[in-house]
Design a protein around this ligand. Sequence first.
Ligand SMILES: [Zn+2]
Ligand SMILES: [Zn+2]
Length: 405
Amino acid sequence: MLEEQFLLNNFREFYAGHSVDVPAIGEREFGIGSFGKKIAKRHLSFPSQNELNSFLRETVPLFISYSVAYYEQPTATPMRRKGFLGADIVYEFDADDLKTDCKQGHDSWRCNSCQERGKGTLDSCPKCGAAVQKEQWFCPKCLEQTKKHVFRLLDFIGNDFSLREKISVNFSGNAGYHVHLRGNTVRFLSQEARVELLDYLTAKDLDLGKHGFGESGKMFLCPLSGKTSGWGKRLLASLFALFEEADSEKIAALGGIPYARANELVANKELVLRTMKEKGILFSISGRKNKQFWLSLLTHLVEKNALAIDRQTSIDISKIIRVPETLHGGSGLLAKDIPLQHLKEFNPLDSAVVFSDRGVKVFINSSPKFYLKGNWFGPFNQEEAELPLYAAIYLIARKSARLVG
Ligand SMILES: [Zn+2]
Ligand SMILES: [Zn+2]
């Protein structure tokens, strides 16, 4: 197909001047994908960086992934014959797992059954209940929100786990970020331990009592600052912040109490904070609602601090994942490695754009307004436009446009 060939030619040109370097390359399984298919072939291996780079230049896969696991024989099948030698941990954060306002602007859906359609993102048709086909796009806003989860993860890794493993972060090439943890501590973790870590990070079945929050007689207690760590410390800090912020309306809504009562609490916030800090007691709001109020606030803070990690993919040790510094065939963007010191200001829709701005004519089926490399494009609907090469590749890779002429 013309479009596939167009992508291949451009990808080939890119790989001619770009090299990748994969740690422990000989022990990893690789998989490659083609136009519209992320994984078309698995169980490949490359004994050296040179061989991998020659492959990228000559064969030019539109997608390339490697295993998080290390194997004696990466090419052996079925999986159990590969000889498992341990695995990295790779956490994936995707903007499509987050609820952000911008989706109302750039996402849309269509019901396969009754043909109803609408803006935003949802899983089933509001009219007939059937599954919908989602059209998802990513903008600087939702990608920035996704990045916040990466920072939170780094905080968990450093403070709660005290892991001293090698951490590398890269853009996934489309919807979010991948965080790779490599080293001997994680390499030999059992599947159960991996699940336990994930449960902790996502606050699955978090027991507030174990972290120092709970009833004692008529009082509701919290842990003392200096004497708690992990989730206890995190929740306590969030609770302090909530009262420092002193937004009565927010506290009333989150805690399910009348505004007037929340306002009273806020008026006494010095006392509320002091009782927490010095006595480990959550200020008693009069009436029977005390327990319910604090539990509601804490439940909200747990949700706010929990990480949105894709559960299934994060504990799957036989998965393969995009090779950092390679192109994503569904966007034409680079799965760029991001040095931790540059993560804060990193915007993938600027920094992961690798193609030139030479003009290319395309016919666009439909697209919302989208951002790339400092410019906004569209919205487009069944129309022809001349776009910079990087934007044309982006739309063509997504199958939202085709070449003209
Ligand atoms: Zn429907
Ligand atoms: Zn967005």
